[in-house]
Write a protein that binds this ligand. Structure first.
Ligand code: ZN
Ligand code: ZN
Length: 481
């Protein structure tokens, strides 16, 4: 090798190979063609001529008078491939491989990393990627539904065959037994027996049906059986007459694909959060138990908070570049152990924290400054959350059996729900300013409308232990744990 450029040893994918210079192993930079029709970066081939005086590929003699021709077509393809490759590389390393990621968000992060790449081109490639993903997701869904329906059909045929077999056997037993009685007691022959003692009753032509040797259980593994049972229930629900949707199989496909989508997770990076700003690992502190990790509204920064009497603010992109050496961009000192944090969904630097002693604080993270301290809860406050419609509203829930609604514009709470249960988690409905849910120690989830706090709108029962987590996944659905 000639020591040209930085020798980054990347695993080039087959798709990019035709754009790769065989000398520097990078995507062509100013591609030039030799008279022997071999293509290299201009800089690479010039250096090769100087040092070897021949084509590195076919060994044909070349010298300083050799005419090198710029290869614009190859360079054009290479430029497109470079963006493609950079995006693919970035998306993989950051874990943005799912459809759920907002393209603009990903693009912002990408351009922060690669400011020299044409934003329009990058956006186009991200869109194409998205389309490909949608197609793949649909293909997966179709395969899944077909496989399921096939298994269901096999199951049903096996069940039906079993029933036919059993009813055939039952009829045989019946006839044999009847025959026996009739033989023994010819005198008590009931009047209608004549018909029955003839050929078997024609409830179906059993003899025409070949009974398969294997049953459904043999065909499907027990785990799949569970899955099929689950899918069957979903399909039954969707097929209910009140849905009366002609494409219920499509709906079913979406549900089934959703269930099968996240069967596993993988780690994309591991960081050590004990490091302080100066890069030193700090182990002299209280063991740093983490109680909350939250990303800000753009996914740009995240905060780690816990019982270590300080919160650490990180820049996601820098952490991903060097996870092992990640250092916080700011350390926010807290005198009390933190139980929960929440970023303001409108105002980027605003962060709310709840504490083990019941207090609640609002921070300006970028200025490392406390804006408000509220001390009305009498016991540990477990949960704090901003309203997603009104940027000045927050709710908190505490062991003092109270849910409090706070306004950033005032120094005190503006509403209190006296709940009679220990409150473990509070969450606002993302679509309205006035609805919130909280989970209680009495195993129930309470839904309230803030315009009438006298009694809950609804109480959801079903948990067998305290509800430690509730979250609206959209305006109509809540997940709880
Ligand atoms: Zn090269
Ligand atoms: Zn050559």
């Amino acid at each position: 090798m000639f020591g040209i450029g930085k020798s980054r040893k990347r695993q080039w994918k087959a798709a990019f190979e035709k754009s790769q210079c065989s000398l520097c192993k990078e995507i062509f930079n100013d591609a030039h063609k030799t008279p022997c029709n071999h293509i290299f970066c201009k800089e690479c081939i010039l250096m090769a001529i100087r040092e070897l005086s021949k084509c590195p590929q076919c060994k044909k003699v070349l010298n300083s008078t050799t005419k090198l021709i710029p290869d614009e077509d190859t360079q054009k393809i290479a430029d497109a491939d470079r963006i493609d490759y950079e995006i693919e590389d970035f998306v993989k390393s950051r874990g943005y491989e799912e459809l759920s990621h907002n393209i603009d968000n990903v693009l912002t992060h990408f351009l922060r990393n690669k400011p020299n790449i044409d934003a329009g081109e990058a956006r186009k490639i991200l869109f194409q990627r998205q389309h490909k993903l949608i197609k793949q997701q649909n293909d997966r869904k179709y395969t899944l539904v077909l496989e399921f329906l096939d298994a269901l059909k096999t199951n049903r045929i096996a069940e039906a065959t079993k029933f036919l077999y059993e009813s055939n056997e039952a009829q045989k037993d019946y006839r044999n037994y009847l025959q026996k009685i009739v033989n023994i007691h010819e005198d008590i022959r009931p009047p209608h027996l004549n018909g029955i003692l003839g050929p078997p009753p024609q409830m179906g032509d059993f003899s025409a049906l070949r009974i398969p040797e294997i049953t459904a259980e043999d065909i499907l593994k027990p785990r799949d059986q569970l899955m099929i049972k689950h899918f069957e229930n979903e399909l039954q629900n969707i097929r209910m007459p009140q849905y009366s949707s002609s494409n219920y199989l499509d709906e079913f496909g979406d549900i089934a694909a959703g269930i099968c989508k996240y069967t596993s997770m993988s780690t994309i990076a591991t960081m050590d959060y004990s490091r302080d700003g100066h890069g030193q690992s700090n182990t002299t502190n209280t063991p740093a138990v983490v109680s909350a990790i939250e990303f800000d509204k753009d996914g740009e920064y995240f905060v780690i908070a816990g019982i270590a009497h300080k919160m650490k603010l990180y820049d996601f992109d820098s952490v991903m570049d060097k996870p092992q050496a990640a250092t916080p961009i700011a350390i926010l000192p807290t005198t009390i152990k933190v139980s929960n944090v929440c970023w303001n969904p409108f105002s980027k630097p605003i962060l709310a924290t709840s504490y083990y002693n019941g207090s609640v604080q609002v921070w300006d993270c970028h200025a490392s400054r406390i804006l408000h301290t509220y001390t009305e809860h009498e016991k540990r406050c477990w949960s704090i959350q901003f309203n997603s419609v009104n940027e000045n509203l927050m709710a908190s829930g505490s062991d003092d059996q109270k849910v409090k609604i706070w306004s950033l514009l005032q120094g005190n709470s503006i509403q209190t729900i006296d709940t009679k249960v220990l409150v473990c988690c509070v969450h606002f409905n993302p679509a309205t300013e006035t609805q919130l849910a909280f989970g209680g120690s009495d195993h129930c989830i309470y839904l309230y409308d803030m315009r009438n706090l006298q009694k809950p709108v609804k109480i959801l029962r079903g948990h067998k232990k305290a509800v430690s987590y509730v979250k609206y996944i959209d305006s109509n659905h809540i997940v709880s744990a």
